[in-house]
Design a protein around this ligand. Structure first.
Ligand code: HEM
Length: 417
């Protein structure tokens, strides 16, 4: 494949300007890979960062304690160059485990893992099955005048949304606005006024959820976090409590929503793979999930790691305090890791380790829940609506306007032939 040349180069390192509208996510990812293992990237607002596009090097880097996740180690922030209205600020300047290192990270992560246990996730199975069935039953009632239904809006999104909101005690009437506010975190195309207003409203909404659970504690995990704080105020500050809730609610829906959407889209556009899946058992459907994660990573890029000292990766020097992006969708198609057919969606391939859930100390804490939701939701759609087809040409699907979320903004389908 011939790829367009890099926009420019800086001290011999190619520079790629990332599209905040996510216009050609995989084309961009291929271009990054093609240009080398370490590429300079330009983000909205002309903010410069790095991207490590090689699976093996990225695996090493994200587990290396010389790379901090704490934005307080980013030179550009320290120099005052990142305003509170920067469109990516909601993914970067947050106070929770994603932006904590070492002991602080372990403290914040343990507060969640001690109640959000594998057993608690498995106990959600019957509830998820009920939610899936209810939503599938209701799909015909959401048909537009032309008979098509947006499967992303009416199925892929409410499955994880309901599960995570119930788990964290978010009242039903708060959920529609919460969804819009969470979408804004992942968007890369908003103006400064919208970014700042959205952040204020997010924190107000989450503070209401915390207040409710404080007044009327339940079996939910927000009440458990509040109890941990009441028992020992040093265990978690109020800011960290709200920051953790924000992280769980944002990470708990946008990501799995992308996984379900991308898997259904992949099967609808690869009929031979769909036939294999429809003939298969649970193991085959688990392969659908893993292959979608690898081939079409729902979190295509994730910000940032900051070297605590000058480092050299693949012969490229990255100074202390610069920002490095993890390009999870680019490495998902790295041929050195996934073979010569890495660009193909093939649910029968022998799965090798992918990084869609990251690796190392920040490995996705919600991976078991995401896998369970996907394992229940994706086959259920095809079993319930065996004649399911895409209602538009795949080329017409509009991507989510994000550097981070990799999915399409709608998934119009026809339930019957
Ligand atoms: C398909 C679905 C999902 C994908 C692709 C995904 C992806 C990721 C990735 C790539 C990271 C690490 C980012 C990094 O540091 O480089 C991460 C972290 C995290 N994810 Fe997920 N995630 C998914 C679902 C979920 C769910 C359902 C939850 C919550 C219930 C969740 C909660 C978290 C949390 C709390 C972290 C931070 C872990 C830490 O910093 O120690 N994720 N996820």
């Amino acid at each position: 494949m011939t790829l367009p040349a890099a926009a420019s180069s800086e001290a011999g390192v190619p520079v790629v300007t990332l599209d905040p509208h996510g216009g050609d996510h995989h084309g961009e990812a291929a271009r990054l890979r093609e240009l080398g293992p370490v590429v300079r990237i330009q983000l909205p607002g002309d903010v410069m960062a790095w991207s490590v596009t090689d699976h093996a090097l990225l695996t090493e880097m994200i587990a290396d304690p010389r790379f901090s996740k704490d934005w307080r180690n980013w030179n550009a922030i320290l120099r005052g160059e990142i305003s509170d209205g920067w469109p990516l600020v909601g993914m970067v300047k947050v106070t929770n485990m994603v932006t904590a290192d070492g002991q602080e990270h372990r403290r914040l992560r343990k507060l969640v893992t001690q109640t959000f246990t594998p057993r608690r996730v498995q106990e959600l199975r019957p509830r998820i099955e009920r939610i899936v069935t209810e939503l599938l039953d209701a799909l015909p009632s959401h048909a537009d005048a032309d008979g098509s239904v947006d499967l992303r809006r009416h199925f892929a999104h409410p499955v994880p949304m309901r599960v995570i909101c119930e788990l964290f005690g978010v009242p039903e009437h708060e959920q529609p606005r919460l969804k819009e506010l969470m979408d804004n975190i992942f968007r890369s195309d908003l103006g400064p006024a919208e970014v700042m207003a959205s952040q204020v409203e997010q924190y107000q909404l989450l503070a209401r959820v915390v207040d409710n659970c404080r007044r009327d504690p339940g079996p939910d995990l927000t009440s458990a976090l509040i109890a941990a704080r009441e028992e020992d105020p040093d265990a978690l500050s109020e800011e960290e409590l709200v920051g953790t809730l924000l992280l769980m609610l944002a990470a708990g829906q946008e990501t799995t929503l992308g996984l379900i959407t991308n898997a259904v889209r992949a099967l609808l556009t690869h009929p031979e793979q769909r036939a294999v899946a429809e003939r298969g058992d649970e193991t085959v459907w688990a392969n659908v999930v893993e292959e979608t994660l690898r081939w079409d990573a729902p979190i295509g890029n994730f910000p940032f790691r900051y070297p605590l000292e000058d480092v050299e990766i693949a012969g490229v020097r990255i100074p202390k305090g610069e920002a490095i992006m993890a390009p999870y969708s680019a490495v998902g198609r790295d041929r050195a890791q996934h073979g010569q057919t890495a660009d193909e969606f093939d649910i029968t391939r022998e799965q090798r380790k992918h990084l869609a859930f990251s690796h190392g100390p920040h490995f996705c804490l919600g991976a078991p829940l995401a896998r369970l939701e996907a394992a229940l939701a994706i086959p259920a759609v095809f079993k319930r609506y065996p004649e399911l087809t895409l209602a538009v040409d795949p080329a017409e699907l509009i991507p989510v306007p994000s550097l981070f979320s990799n999915s399409s903004a709608t998934l119009p389908v026809r339930l019957e032939a």
